[in-house]
Design a protein around this ligand. Structure first.
Ligand SMILES: *Cc1c(COP(=O)(O)O)cnc(C)c1O
Length: 408
């Protein structure tokens, strides 16, 4: 473990460095042709983030279009069910288009407009990021092309139709496994070709600098709201906070405001899939190794030759072989702990939360709930646990019905 720096002495605002490094993680790994584009993007973002007019406009759209602030909801019946800590849910599921992803899509669309780019591209797996991107592009009158694996297009036909309704062109990708990884490759290829007039809205805290930092910043509003809301409700900070981790954008946005509060335990939950055996899961910290994937140095599920492993999760949004570099850094520093939840536990908790709270959670977010309910049972009644409900489960009901053997 790289523990040259004591956890308490980390200055979260000093990360990443100017090269995009979070300690040994992050950085820039792209073809030469994209170096200038990333530098331009970094420079434009650096000016925008300090520009009060940009921040005011972003706040305005987050409120009016996305529906911020989201509630911090006391889950009374889940709390009673567990018999331990008070459970609060941060309701990102209430946002427009159904998940936290709209925070980042709005921020990057405003930035694209500011940079004079009239065309936006994105990649999507389950379709949530594609839908959020299509929505903001419609709103700002930007041309929108979304790359999606052909297999994902078939699985998520409804999201494909939603994107098309909002004016986006959805391009199917037939290469490889025909899922997210191939869609990202295609988006990168498009960006190389059309870089002058095109902005690439990357959907998670991944990829090359400045994306992990920028996507994190656009989601920091989640944790800022939680901090104010829990202080108002309870007069103190929570004892523990839990979020699911795909690329890591909802989690880092939720955690960031609390990194310096050592008394607040932070836990990220990865996808344990069918269990921790090769090819059956997407828990990068359970057997992943340092490597580079799609622009980023981080923990990656790969074999001994460096070939990317197949991954599996019941939730498409967590089904990716790499984890955001900032999470790897804070794990080394023992500031963020990691756990995983498996498909069968996720299915049980999906039903439980729906029945006890009247809230159908996204399968991704349900991973955080699985671990959260375990922890709540172990915690005292006077302790406080906040779980990030990153999205709603409407998109998942067809899939869940199929798994449960229900014909709709
Ligand atoms: C995409 C998605 C995730 C995973 O992405 P992160 O970048 O790890 O947040 C989690 N929850 C929901 C609802 C999503 O749509």
């Amino acid at each position: 473990m790289a523990a040259s720096q004591a956890p308490d002495t980390i200055d979260r605002f000093s990360l990443p460095d100017s090269g995009g490094h979070f300690g040994p993680y992050g950085g820039v790994f792209v073809p030469e042709t994209l170096m200038t584009a990333l530098q331009d993007l970094g420079a434009a973002y650096d000016v925008a983030r300090k520009d009060p007019a940009f921040l005011t406009e972003l706040r305005h759209h987050l409120k009016e279009f996305a529906g911020r602030p989201t509630e911090l909801y006391f889950a009374e019946r889940l709390t009673a069910h567990c018999g331990g800590a008070k459970i609060y849910l941060k309701r990102e599921d209430l946002l427009h288009t159904g998940a936290h992803k709209i925070n980042n899509a709005l921020g990057q669309a405003l930035l694209a407009r500011r940079m004079g780019k009239k065309r936006v591209i994105a990649e999507t797996g389950a379709g949530q990021h594609g839908v959020a991107t299509a929505a903001v592009c419609a709103k700002f009158g930007l041309e929108c092309v979304v790359y999606m694996g052909a297999v994902d297009m078939e699985r998520q036909a409804l999201n494909v139709f939603r994107m098309r309704l909002m004016g986006a062109e959805v391009r199917g990708v037939e290469a490889g496994q025909k899922t997210l990884k191939e869609a990202i490759n295609e988006a990168m290829r498009d960006w190389v070709t059309n870089v002058r007039g095109t902005h690439y809205i990357l959907g998670s805290a991944l990829g090359s600098h400045p994306y992990p930092m920028m996507v994190r910043d656009f989601h920091r509003v989640i944790g800022q709201e939680v901090r104010a809301q829990i202080m108002e409700r309870e007069g103190r900070l929570p004892d523990e906070m839990i979020a699911c981790v795909g690329g890591g954008s909802n989690a880092i946005g939720f955690f960031f405001e609390f990194l310096e509060d050592r008394a607040v335990r932070l836990v990220g939950v990865e996808a344990g899939g069918r269990g921790i055996t090769r090819g059956d899961h997407a828990a990068r910290f359970e057997g992943g190794k340092l490597g580079v994937l799609q622009g980023c140095k981080t923990y990656i599920l790969q074999n001994d030759d460096g070939q990317i492993e197949l991954t599996h999760s019941v939730s498409a949004g967590l089904d990716y072989a790499a984890i955001g570099p900032e999470h790897a850094f804070y794990r080394d520093r023992q500031r963020i702990d990691f756990a995983y939840a498996c498909d069968d536990e996720v299915m049980e908790t999906f039903k439980l939360c729906s029945r006890l709270e009247g809230i159908i959670p996204a399968l991704e977010s349900t991973h955080a709930l699985v671990h959260g309910l375990k922890r709540a049972k172990q915690m005292r009644k006077d302790e406080i646990l906040v779980i990030n409900l990153s999205g709603r489960g409407d998109k998942d009901v067809n899939q869940v019905a199929k798994i449960l053997g229900v014909t709709l």
